[in-house]
Structures are given as C-alpha cells and as structure tokens.
Design a protein. Structure first.
Ligand SMILES: Cc1ncc(C[n+]2csc(CCOP(=O)(O)OP(=O)(O)O)c2C)c(N)n1
Ligand SMILES: CC(=O)[C@@H](O)[C@H](O)COP(=O)(O)O
Ligand SMILES: [Mg+2]
Length: 630
C-alpha cells in the first residue's frame, strides 16, 4: 500500500488537515505500518489494530501536547507512536536502540509514563488531574483501559478515590472481549450483558431528576417510587456498576466508527466529574486472520502476507522453552497428586497452560489480571490442604509482594511460585525484565529459592518444591532449554551440584546462565590454560554454605546470575561469607547493573551487561590476574 498520508503526520496537529475520507485512508495506512513490523519480528499486533480509530479520535478531539493521556498497559500504543512524530523510526520498534514497544517518555512528550504492567492507568490519570488542579493547570485527563486490565484491583481503588475527589477525568473502557485470551470473571460476564443493552448517555440522570420531582405522600409511595426507579435503571443500560461507583457512564459506542467516536469524545470532554466511556472494538480489526484468532495474533511470530493480504508463511516456534518444561512438569505433578492446582493471572497462553486448563479444568484457575489476589487466593487454597502453584511471570509477581509476605510466608504455607521470564525478557524491555525476584522472595523467612541450571533440573525441582511444607520460589528464564551432559546429582533441598572442580577458581551459576559457564570454562581451559570448576548452585535459599564457602577458601569464585546485584544470589553468598567469617576477597559477583536495562534481544543485552560467555571469560581472567584482551 502506498503511504500517502501517514508520512506527513509529524504531530497530531497534522490530523486536522485531513478530510473525513482521508482519515479513513490514514487508518488503513496505520494498519499497514503495523503489518510491516510483524513481517520480521514478534510485536504486539491485534491490540494495536483494534485501537486505530480510537487513537485518531482522541488526538483529534484533545490536545495531548497539554492534555494527559495514558494507555493502560501500553502494549497498544503503536498507532499513537505513529502519529506523534515517530513514523520514520517506527521500523526500529522493539529493537535495541530503537523505539520501545511500550510508552517511553524519553522518546516523546506524548508518552507520560513508561509502562507495561496492566491496571495503573486510572490511578495515574487521577493523580495527574489532582496535581494539575493544584498547580492551577487546566488540562484534560484521559485513561484508555482494556477490558482485560479492568478487573485489576487497583483500577477499583482508583475509581473509588475518583468518585470521592470528583475530578473531571475520562476513562475509556476499550472492550474487545479479550485479554490475551478471552477475558474471564464476573466483570467479563457483566460487560457481556452490556453488549445487549441499548446505548446510554445520561438518561438515568434525567429519570432520577424526574422521579425526584414527583410529589410523594407517605412511606409506601416513596418505596414504590424507589422500586420503580431501580427497575427502570436496571432495564436501561449496562453501565450501572460504574454509575453506582460514582462515574457517569456513556456507551457502549462503536470504537471503529470515527465520526461517532469524535462526537462522543467532544461531548464527554465537557462533562464534569469522572466519566466512563464504554467503547466496543474488535481485537485485530482490519486484518481478518487477527480478528479470527486474536490469541495467536496478540503478539504473533513474524509472518509474511501475499498480495491479497493472506498469510503465506508464519515462523514456526517449535523450539522448547523453559516455559514448556515447567508446564510439562506441572502436568505430571497434577497427574500424580490431586492436591496440585495451577493458578495463572491471565497468562495461560504465555505460560503454555492450555493443556492443563483443558485436562485439569477443576484444578486450573485463571484469576484475570489480578496478581495480588492470585497470591492471596493461593494462600487460602494452601491452608485448605491444596498444593497451589502460582505460575506467573517474575515481573508481574511484583504486584503481589505484600501477599507473598503476609498470606504465604508469614503463615508458612506451601505455595509454589513458578516464576517465568526471570531474567532478561528481551524486546519487551525494562517493564518486563524479571530481575528482582531473588531479592523480593529471598528476604522472607520460610521461603525456599531455587533455579534450574538446565532442563534436567526442572522436573525434579518441581517434585522437591511440591514435597515441602513451606513456600517455594522457582525462577527460570525466557529461553530455550539446554541440557548439560553429566551424571545428574539428585536435587536435594539446599544442596548445590558440583559439575566439575578447578584448581584456579570456580564459576557458580544460579540458574539460567549455567550453560554459559560451561562454555566459558572450556574457553578458559583450552585458550588460557586455566582450570576452572563449575557449580550448579540450584538453591539461593537455603544456600549450600559448606560447598560454596568451601570453594571460596580454595581459589577465586565468580557467582553468575540473571538478576540485579542487589539482594541476589551473589549477595546471599557474600552474606554467608560475612556471617561465617570467610574472606570474600576472591569473590566476584557477576549480575545485572543498578540501572534499568533497555529492550533488545536477550543475548545482546546479557553481553552488554558482561553476562555473555566472553564476559564470564573476561571476568575469570581478571580474577586470575591475567591480561584481558577482549
Ligand atoms: C500486571 C500485568 N499482568 C499481566 C500482564 C500481561 N498482559 C499484557 S496485555 C494483557 C491483556 C490485556 O487485555 P486488555 O487490557 O483487554 O487489552 P487488549 O489486548 O485486549 O487490548 C495481559 C494479561 C501485564 N502486562 N501486566
Ligand atoms: C503486554 C504484555 O505484557 C504481554 O503481552 C507480554 O509482552 C508477553 O510477553 P511474552 O511474549 O514473553 O509472553
Ligand atoms: Mg481487551
């Protein structure tokens, strides 16, 4: 498709120069640009296709060089990027040094917060409004939130507060019946009902006003009127919940009809107090395969289209990831033990749990995007005698920190946290790197922390985890599994596995980078004549002090982990050395730096942080007092 208008949109102001039909053509061009990206890399796709008209309407009716706009989560921000001066750099999106796939204030003043976690938009928009009011700034505030993100508890905390503060703010509910998978839960059912309700734009208030004006005599008449009022309200529209919470509800309206969107945005812009505009969109709109299969096309593997727009080739994803290994181990555990339950917070697809959902439907729980609830819920299940496994991305478990503390660790309950994407998450970037979990789990009494060094550790670790009467956190990376050929030492609580011994020093890997250590040791031996041993630490808590402090007394030790330095595995070794009076002079911790690592391919980011094979070699040479020439 010839890009006629999109290259000319250097700021949202340029939209005003286009006629209605030109705007429709522009929407097509935006969709074409989105298709361009996914032709050679995985990127968020269907959600972006679905908000093109909404994005145009918002930028036409508001002035976000002044007004405030937050896209909840931020994965659907591509059309916004395309019309806010980033068309030329758009092909770099999700590549190292290129545009982020999420909002990024460093790229543009039109992006206010760097986000990637769902649910916080209503709070931040309310905060922006409260702050702007105090500063005497007259700015409109808008949050666009998906129906998948809506059930996050924090959204209701914000709405509750907004009703009290009565701030002029607009929440747009982008209802496409989907999270990554079809949305679940009571709210989903509630929103489904709204689909069959007629459009509502304030009628309820008119009726209330009318009913109040009717003269009533006596209690029974009052009661009757109130009953009539409730019945009429119930019949009228599907947004009662929001109205009862103190928001004015408008909708639902068609989110692909640009003139309608503009008309309603122009109207709600003038309304006082908190307003919720309910918009229906189709996830994947404008690209048939994505509408038909929005789950696959949420973030599809790269694919090619033919001249008719048909998909001719989609990159296959046959390689086996840690996620698959963990899911298989869970499946086996569920077969063996009827107490084992699996909990996900809306990440069934990412955590590869469809088979479990299908075959163990009574022990599979999808809570929606509600991580805090999921963990407290797991605490309840464990107390009731079950063995819940919270299968969750490391970065999203951060949402539930206090529940890990109170509902799980403080009670010493046997909840297993299977922490996926622990380490560098790659193109999603800083919001998704799971690089804090060793710290935030290790600090709590009772907690056991473990990490498989390769695939052969995965299933035995799950068995050990489920056999313990205490909380366990297992971390594993967003990476394909590898297997280190060796005679396997059984996984035993608090025991490290010595893979090889070395005269000069030892590389101690906690989890994902064990295979890099094996490769580094080979290079050190063959190219530098250094005899370096390898330990698969397996546990960060309880730590195998005897083994790890033992090697520290023999030669240099480098600990290697895909986690920030603060509070990680190396810190645990350092703490143990200090407690036991063992010198740590010859200990070096290789970990991620104290800065937010940007987006890019996992391997290139690890290399940048000194965690590639060559980075490990360089550190070992340095520790051995050798010249480093890399
Ligand atoms: C706290 C948190 N949990 C989970 C996710 C993973 N996630 C990203 S998008 C998404 C679905 C969002 O659904 P919705 O808000 O309806 O947006 P849509 O893609 O349908 O437009 C999920 C579960 C996340 N980003 N943040
Ligand atoms: C927006 C979001 O949070 C998810 O879509 C996330 O990007 C998925 O990551 P994976 O691709 O690692 O499953
Ligand atoms: Mg949705």
């Amino acid at each position: 498709m010839q890009m006629e208008y999109l290259p000319r949109i250097t700021s949202p102001k340029d939209l005003e120069k286009l006629t209605a039909s030109q705007l429709i053509r522009l929407a097509d061009e935006i969709r074409e640009a989105l298709c361009g990206v996914v032709s050679d890399r995985t990127a968020h796709f269907a959600s972006n296709l679905g908000v093109v008209e909404l994005c145009l309407a918002l930028h036409l009716e508001f002035d976000f060089s002044r007004d405030r706009l937050i896209w909840d989560t931020g994965h659907q921000i591509y059309p916004h990027k395309l019309i806010t001066g980033r068309f030329a750099s758009f092909p770099t999106i999700r590549q190292r040094g290129g545009l982020m796939g999420f909002p990024n204030p460093q790229e543009s003043n039109y992006d206010l917060f760097m986000t990637g976690h769902a649910g916080a938009s209503v709070s931040t928009v309310l905060g922006l409004k409260a702050g702007d009011d105090l500063a005497g700034e007259d700015r409109k505030s808008v949050a666009v939130i998906g129906d998948g993100a809506l059930p996050s508890g924090v959204v209701f905390e914000a709405m509750n507060n907004a009703a009290e503060l009565k701030k002029d703010m607009l929440v747009i509910l982008n209802d496409n019946k989907m999270g990554i998978c079809p949305r679940v839960g009571g709210l989903a059912q509630y929103l489904d009902k709204a689909r069959s309700a007629p459009m509502y734009d304030g009628l309820k208030r008119d009726i209330s006003r009318f009913l109040k004006s009717v003269p009533v005599v006596g209690e029974s008449a009052k009661q009757t009127l109130s009953q009539i009022k409730d019945a009429v309200k119930g019949m009228l529209h599907g947004g009662m919940l929001f109205e009862e919470m103190g928001f004015k509800y408008i909708g639902p309206i068609d989110g692909h009809d640009l003139p309608t969107l503009r008309k309603y945005l122009a109207m709600v812009k003038k309304m006082k107090g908190p307003v919720l505009l309910h918009v229906f969109t189709n996830k994947g709109h404008g690209f048939r395969p994505a509408c038909d299969d929005p789950v696959t096309f949420h973030a599809p593997p790269p694919f090619q289209r033919d001249a008719y727009g048909q998909i001719v080739q989609m990159k296959s994803t046959s390689s086996r990831a840690y996620t698959n290994a963990v899911s298989d181990a869970l499946y086996k555990s569920m077969e063996k033990d009827s107490r084992v339950c699996v909990l996900t917070a809306a990440m069934c697809e990412g955590n590869k749990l469809s088979r479990i959902r299908q075959d163990f439907s009574d022990r599979f729980f999808d809570t929606g995007i509600c991580e805090a609830h999921t963990v407290a819920f797991a605490g309840g299940m464990a107390k009731a005698g079950m063995r819940p496994v919270v299968d969750i991305y490391s970065t999203f478990l951060q949402r539930a920190f206090d529940h890990i503390f109170q509902e799980v660790c403080l009670q010493n309950l046997p909840v297993v946290f299977a922490m996926d994407r622990a380490g560098i998450a790659g193109p999603d970037g800083p919001t998704h790197h799971g690089v804090y979990d060793i710290s935030y789990t290790r600090i709590f009494p009772h907690m056991v922390c473990m990490a498989p060094g390769d695939e052969s550790d995965v299933s035995p670790m799950m068995d050990v985890a489920l056999s313990l009467d205490r909380p366990v956190a297992i971390r594993y990376p967003k990476a394909n599994v590898e297997t280190i050929p060796r005679t396997l030492t059984p996984v035993e609580l608090g025991k490290a596995e010595v893979i090889s011994e070395g005269q000069d020093g030892t590389l101690v890997a906690y989890g994902s980078l064990l295979t890099s250590c094996v490769k580094a040791a080979e290079i050190l031996r063959e190219e530098h004549g250094l005899d370096v041993g390898i330990i698969n630490a397996r546990f960060a808590k309880p730590l195998d002090e005897e083994c790890l402090l033992g090697v520290l007394e023999q030669g240099f030790v480098i600990t290697i982990e895909e986690h920030v330095l603060a509070g990680g595995f190396g810190s645990a070794v350092l703490e143990a050395a200090s407690q036991r009076g063992v010198s740590s002079d010859r200990l070096k911790i290789l970990a991620l730096p104290d800065r937010f690592v940007e987006h890019g391919e996992r391997d290139e980011l690890l290399a940048e942080c000194g965690l590639s094979v060559l980075g490990i070699v360089a550190t070992a040479l340095e520790m051995a007092g050798r010249e480093v020439e890399i």
